[in-house]
Design a protein around this ligand. Structure first.
Ligand code: XMP
Length: 526
């Protein structure tokens, strides 16, 4: 990972023990204007040496400190004399490593707490500064089976709850703090401010992490990395690859060439929008390849979702490779890789996870192309990429666009994909999104799209019988696409969209709404 730009920052190291919500700790630290990185506990010592942080946060974990092989924090962190905040397992492991006692309680058994809890502040401490007073009760979010039963020498209890007498412990002299609850989740209403207190007041970091600063430092990094080499960037029309391309162009100008592959599976006017943005607005060299014939020909007769995905991914790389050769090759490949893809999560489940879908992006690196990677967004979360996009002059409408999968409409047309079906779906999808925008709901929804079902049903329009496709509408809310809830449109809205689609899109005579959350469903239908 390129860190040259960030080692100059005052930063925080987050040691990951495998909690589901470790990334949220990083979000909260960055929201406090402070750069941070997450390192798995097994690599924390190396990350510590490289990053030279001003403070350390130990994450939660599905593991139990009481189990023989449970993970520990490197001793070097305790020897560093830096402030440490231990969260849940982090509190327990710190206690255990510094001479306290942690005991296991079983789920549902005495002492475990799951969900909302209330604690009472018993002493002042730097974490609570300007926030919580002695005697007050505050809502927090707990999720623990084990608990500290005797704290390590030097610590004192500063807040307590019914299930966790040691809800917050502190050793103010060494600047060690431990919370049994999770301050990083939104169900701990003051959690973000507690974390801000840790990084600002305890660690003494002022907070110099801003998108303007990131932009400037990344431009310097890109120039240093690329020199006078040539960079090629595959654009998908999505936010990530677009922001990466614009940033790189700002750094190296016309040494960058962008390639946009129109596979015929795009949304309405998507190709024109990308052309307009890149060529007309930013003046970035752009090659647009109309490859729809070969993609649609290759998809003829293919109905299996994985076969569709694999074909599209492979063909994408073929087209991209041809274009790279046509411009005489390039030394670097630019990708919009984000931080969540880079973080090496700690897995306690063991073994490879099941492949639900073979995801592919423009970024799926063609190994034979042997280009070095330029990935200027590797340290950013999605909302930070959006902020950087705004910083680079992209408008809100563009940076706020819903995600769109690499295989495009092909995975929204169960069964065989044809040009005719794509045309029908594009129209229905455009009407649906238009109504969502008009209702002012676009930004409240993570992703909304129409699906064209391989089912025909009978209808009646005027006096005539119709026999046409069913269109399903999908809209979900989500934080990261990993889990999702359906968006609860009101009936009037849905009926307005259904009426418009049936009236305006020949080929569709019935509209249904998908009420499936994720899990058990996935967001896309294939
Ligand atoms: P699923 O359907 O797996 O989707 O619940 C989760 C999120 O990922 C997007 N998605 C993809 N994005 N290439 C992508 O770039 C893909 O192959 C792909 N498949 C799904 C999906 O749109 C949703 O936002």
């Amino acid at each position: 990972m390129s860190t040259s730009a960030h080692t100059a920052h005052q930063s925080i190291l987050i040691v990951d023990f495998g909690s589901q919500v470790t990334q949220l700790i990083a979000r909260r630290v960055r929201e406090a204007g402070v750069y941070c990185e997450i390192a798995p506990y097994s690599q924390a010592e190396a990350a510590f040496a490289r990053l030279r942080p001003r403070g350390i946060i130990l994450s939660g974990s599905p593991a139990s400190v009481c189990d023989a092989d449970s993970p520990r924090a490197p001793q070097a962190l305790f020897d560093s004399g830096l402030p440490i905040l231990g969260i849940c397992y982090g509190q327990q492991v710190m206690s255990a490593q510094l001479g306290g006692v942690v005991e296991a309680t079983h789920i549902g058994g005495e002492g475990g707490e799951f969900g909302r809890a209330f604690l009472t502040v018993t002493r002042d401490c730097a974490l609570f500064d300007g926030l919580w007073q002695v005697g007050e009760r505050h809502q927090v979010w707990m999720s623990h089976g084990d608990k500290v039963t005797r704290f390590a020498p030097g610590f004192a209890i500063v807040a307590t709850s019914d299930g966790a007498p040691f809800a917050v412990i502190a050793d103010e002299e060494r600047r060690y703090y431990g919370t049994q609850f999770h301050p990083e989740v939104v169900h701990t209403p003051d959690g973000a401010r507690l974390i801000a207190n840790f990084v600002h007041k305890v660690c003494g970091i002022t907070g110099d992490w801003s998108m303007a600063g990131y932009r400037a430092s990344k431009i310097a990094d890109i120039r240093a990395q690329v020199g006078d080499g040539r960079v090629i960037c595959g654009l998908s029309g999505g936010v990530d690859s677009s922001v990466a391309a614009i940033l790189i162009h700002e750094a190296i100008g016309d040494q960058l060439t962008c390639v946009f592959v129109d596979h015929g599976l795009l949304r309405m006017h998507e190709r024109e929008q990308v052309e307009q943005l890149f060529r007309d607005h930013y003046n970035i060299p752009l090659i647009v390849v109309d490859a729809s014939d070969r993609f649609l020909a290759g998809l003829a007769g293919v109905t299996d979702p994985e076969a569709k995905r694999k074909f599209i991914g492979g063909e994408f790389i073929n087209v991209f490779d041809e274009q790279a050769r046509a411009i005489g090759g390039a030394d670097f490949l630019a990708q919009g890789t984000l931080y969540p893809d880079v973080i090496e999560s700690v897995s306690f489940t063991g073994g490879p996870s099941v492949t639900i879908k073979s995801h592919h992006n423009v970024g799926g690196l063609p190994a034979r192309m042997r280009m070095a990677l330029v990935e200027p967004l590797r340290e950013l979360f999605k909302d930070e990429v959006r902020a950087l996009g705004r910083e680079l002059g992209l408008n809100d409408q563009f940076v706020g666009r819903h995600p769109f999968p690499g295989p495009g409409l092909a995975i929204r047309i169960p069964g065989e994909v044809t040009r005719e079906k794509c045309d029908i779906l594009r129209k229905a999808d455009a009407i649906y999104l238009d109504e969502i925008r008009q209702a002012g709901l676009y930004d409240a929804i993570w992703q909304a799209f129409a699906v064209l079902l391989p089912v025909k049903t009978v209808g009646v329009m005027g006096d005539a019988r119709t026999y046409d496709h069913v269109c399903a509408l999908r809209a979900v809310t989500s934080v990261d696409g990993m889990t999702a809830d359906i968006y609860p449109f009101d009936a009037a809205f849905l009926s307005r969209v259904a009426t418009r689609i049936i009236n305006e899109v020949p080929g569709i005579n019935r509209v249904v709404y998908d009420y499936t959350s994720k899990p058990p469903g996935t967001i896309e239908w294939e």
